[in-house]
Design a protein around this ligand. Structure first.
Ligand SMILES: [Zn+2]
Length: 364
């Protein structure tokens, strides 16, 4: 049984036999990146093999495409999620691929309970489209945040790493007001100003803490829109020092190639959790090694499972498969080489698959 604490929506039936779309969803490359090169990735071929064996055809793309076109897609998705052992999904509603199922639709198709994560920057951008002025904007942003737990959200997420980087700092209200005026003059709808982004993050944090809602941060790699240099979670140090001592809990998402740095943070600060999602499944050939490196310092009570998958069920399948393989190898080694009791290793296996997510998000 796996509880995935960060993923996105699945594509509906209409795109079921589109293997180019599959290749595009197994990479962080932009749509201008040559498709031909995506077909030379290990993860693409492993996804083909997953499909071929479930559809009972050969691994050639034409054969897989033909079989997919006539498959009962809802049944196919359900089988794959069941086989991978998914029992709960926490879906980030801030990114939904074109042509995806709604949360309710996905829940019905998969038969798996889904809980929602609220994305801060998306919320602020939505409020911006209707706000009369700065005060009205902040008021709308705060009002939704204060109702988050009540509205069914179990956590929030920030993509500030994508916009102005993880070196976050508190910003005075007067400065935020001035930047709001500049943004309005430019008729900008996308939030990129560091002062506004930082102001909104620091405003949200105590509101989330008041509802015992953890905050996820995008860290590490992503599409080329992110400056990977600014995605190092070590840059969050002053934010962590200020808030985790007061009981705030954060989850560092993806972390690769900074999974060791993230492990260090989880090993010295209370309330810091991490995952190696996205690298599992995209960095297929290194998946076990990456997981093991993340666990060099991370206590087993701080590692979470996430796939960060979207669109295609095969991506969720591979994330779960790589995680399970990596964890089994890791736990075996702790018993044989580090004299960890088998019963302790067994408890750890449950914690990383489910218990840690359950505790962090306060869900059952
Ligand atoms: Zn994501």
């Amino acid at each position: 049984m796996l509880w995935d604490h960060h993923c996105h929506a699945l594509l509906a039936e209409t795109a079921k036999s589109d293997l180019d779309r599959l290749a595009r969803c197994l990479t962080e490359a932009p749509s201008t990146y040559p498709l031909e090169d995506l077909h030379h990735g290990v993860v693409f071929h492993q996804a083909l093999a997953v499909m071929a064996s479930r559809l009972d055809v050969s691994c050639e793309t034409a054969a897989v495409e033909r079989a997919l076109a006539s498959v009962d897609y809802a049944d196919y998705c359900q089988r794959i999620f069941n086989e991978a052992g998914y029992a709960r999904l926490l879906v980030d509603t801030g990114y939904t691929p074109m042509g995806a199922w709604s949360i309710d639709g996905m829940e019905k198709v998969l038969g798996i309970p889904i809980r929602k994560i609220l994305r801060l920057e998306t919320l602020a951008e939505k409020a911006l489209t209707v706000a009369r002025d700065f005060d009205d904007w902040i008021d709308r942003y705060q009002r939704t945040l204060k109702e988050a737990r009540h509205d069914g959200y179990v956590g929030a997420k920030s993509i500030i790493a994508y916009r102005s980087g993880l070196h976050v700092v508190p910003v005075e209200e007067t400065r935020a007001r001035a930047q709001f005026v500049v943004m309005r003059q430019r008729e900008a709808t996308r939030l990129v100003d560091p002062d506004l982004l930082n102001y909104l993050l620091y405003l949200a944090t105590p509101i989330l803490m008041g509802q015992n809602l953890p905050l996820q941060f995008h860290t590490g790699f992503g599409d080329p829109d992110t400056d990977l240099l600014q995605g190092n979670p070590l840059l969050l140090r002053s934010y962590i020092e200020e808030f985790v001592s007061q009981g705030h809990r954060i989850a560092l998402l993806h972390t690769y190639p900074y999974h060791r740095e993230a492990g260090y943070l989880a090993s010295v600060y209370p309330g810091v959790y991490l995952d190696v999602s996205l690298a599992l499944p995209l960095a297929a050939s290194g998946s076990s090694r990456i997981l093991h490196e993340a666990l060099e310092l991370t206590p087993l009570s701080r590692l979470l499972f996430a796939s960060d998958s979207h669109s295609r069920p095969e991506s969720y399948f591979l994330a779960a498969k790589f995680f399970r393989e990596g964890m089994n190898a890791f736990l075996d080694r702790t018993v044989t080489r580090h004299q960890v009791l088998a019963s302790v290793a067994e408890n750890w296996a449950h914690a990383v698959a489910k218990g840690n997510v359950e505790r962090l998000y306060g869900i059952e």
